[in-house]
Design a protein. Structure first.
Length: 200
């Protein structure tokens, strides 16, 4: 693949491994120049990997060292090519530079990886949890994160959350339409039928 050959030519000391998985080429690189490498793939006229389709991570606990890989799934719209770039990140120093300067969409991708795996993205403009509450302990997609907690959850807002769930469960979600207006609803067969709304 041209992109991998150009990476090997321009970043010979940063390439760890190359290959293909499920028909998609990939390259494993050192993390220190990840921004420079991805910017090269993004801006080089022959390549133009202009779309960051996904950014995620893999926890190889007990199987590989370093433990983590940050994975960038790239797509060149003009060339119709896919490339997966993997950067190795250690458990002892789970940090890597943010690529929000290359793709703005990386902002929330990196926040999700930080939230789920605890990987810190240096230079991120707003690195905080995206899915879990700010006071949640741990990172749920790490292989050593507990699957369940016996007894009451250690999360301090657990009781408040349960109470709010009970309140929502009792709420009447039926959308009431004022008398005289028409209400269009879905029939069980999937066909729309028009009915006169009744007063509350």
């Amino acid at each position: 693949m041209l992109a991998i050959e150009m990476l090997k030519e321009n970043f010979p000391d940063e390439i760890i491994e190359e290959g293909e998985s499920a028909g998609q080429p990939y390259v494993v690189v050192k993390k220190e120049k990840i921004v420079e490498i991805l910017k090269f793939l993004h801006e080089k006229p022959e390549l133009l990997f202009d779309h960051l389709a996904d950014l995620t991570a893999v926890d190889w606990l007990g199987k590989k060292t370093p433990r983590f890989e940050v994975v960038y799934n790239l797509f060149s719209i003009r060339n119709r090519e896919l490339l997966r770039v993997k950067a190795q990140v250690s458990e002892e120093d789970p940090r890597i530079d943010s690529v929000t300067s290359v793709w703005k969409v990386a902002n929330w991708f990196e926040r999700e990886v930080y939230d789920m795996f605890g990987i810190i993205f240096n230079g991120h403009p707003d690195l905080r949890r995206l899915i879990m509450p700010e006071n949640w302990q741990g990172h749920p997609l790490r292989k050593d994160h507990p699957l369940a907690v016996e007894g009451e959850s250690e999360w301090q807002d657990y009781k408040e959350l349960k109470e709010r769930v009970r309140e929502f469960a009792q709420y009447d979600w039926y959308h009431r339409i004022p008398q005289g207006q028409k209400d269009v609803t879905e029939s069980p067969a999937g066909e729309q039928e028009e009915t006169n709304a009744t007063s509350a």
